[in-house]
Design a protein around this ligand. Structure first.
Ligand SMILES: [Zn+2]
Length: 300
């Protein structure tokens, strides 16, 4: 093992270590002492290096804030004030993976590359994007990525538009998606799983800029983050960079983002949800039935 329990490397204290045979890696759990960020490093000789930073984002409504934030952080930042750094990155980079993903309980920014310089650049762009995004200063980014009013001419009807607004209208138009959403809402009404983290187009237009910025302030803090490093890299340089450029500028704090357990679970019930079909489609054989069962957290 390269490090020992309790070692401090550029502000990161090693809190746990073990060899993981299945992935032929030495695993180190670390905590950044000043900012509270957690980090898992899997050391091995795979040259396809991976980095991600994730935040536990647990919304309590369906305004789509986690999803809109995920889009918006990638619309320019302090060091990279471009309109679309993400698109530029994808063009010029040697990455083997580059994405950003919103789940019902977390938001993740993963990258992978075989090239050291490229890996370093991508890490820099993503860390700058999540901690210092332009969308906190420029409300137009929320309008573009989230929602805005649209009026083609004075006589036209006033409509909503926006990247996530449109994306979710598409995503939630299939009967299966409506069914899944309804089931989650009924099974876990008091938890983050009962709301639509991607955003419900009916509710997205109620998201205000203040709420949006507040969401970032609350959840996008190192104390609420998990960083992951994998592969054959200069770990000393990498930790030094993450510490000096980013984490050392934040003080640890308590972030309330816990995932609540649904208790008690709702009683068995029958729920119906309608979905749309086109005008001349027949109603025959359009009904879909599904049975959902919520299992316990751990089965022994
Ligand atoms: Zn999206």
């Amino acid at each position: 093992m390269k490090f020992n329990n309790g070692d401090i490397i550029h502000g990161f204290r090693v809190t746990n270590l073990s060899h993981i045979q299945e992935v032929d890696s030495d695993a180190y759990l670390m905590q950044h002492e000043r900012s509270g960020a957690r980090l898992l490093y899997l050391a091995n000789n795979d040259d396809n290096k991976v980095f991600f930073i994730s935040f536990r984002t647990t919304p309590d409504n369906s305004k789509g804030t986690p999803h809109i934030m995920e889009h918006s952080t990638l619309c320019g930042s302090r060091k990279f004030p471009l309109k679309e750094p993400f698109v530029e990155l994808a063009k010029g980079s040697l990455n083997t993976f580059l994405n950003a993903i919103t789940w019902p309980d977390k938001t993740m920014y993963p990258i992978a590359s075989r090239n050291d310089k490229d890996f370093h650049n991508l890490m820099d762009v993503y860390l700058d994007a999540v901690f210092y995004p332009d969308c906190l200063k420029n409300p137009q980014i929320l309008m573009q990525e989230g929602w805005h009013y649209e009026l083609d001419n004075v006589d036209a009807p006033l409509t909503y538009n926006g990247v996530v607004y449109n994306e979710m209208k598409g995503a939630l138009s299939s009967p299966e998606a409506i069914m899944e959403d309804k089931a989650m809402e009924e099974l876990f009404p008091d938890t983050t799983y009962g709301v639509e983290s991607g955003g419900d187009p009916e509710v997205i237009p109620t998201l205000s800029f203040r709420e949006f910025s507040e969401f970032h302030r609350r959840f996008y803090h190192p104390s609420n983050s998990y960083i992951y490093l994998y592969g054959d890299m200069d770990i000393d340089e990498t930790l030094k960079f993450i510490d000096q450029e980013y984490l050392s500028h934040f003080d640890a704090r308590n972030v309330y983002s816990a995932v609540k357990t649904q208790s008690p679970l709702p009683k068995r019930k029958i729920v119906e949800a309608p979905f749309g079909i086109s005008e001349n489609e027949s109603l025959e054989k359009k009904t879909i039935h599904a049975l959902y069962i919520a299992l316990n957290d751990h089965i022994t």
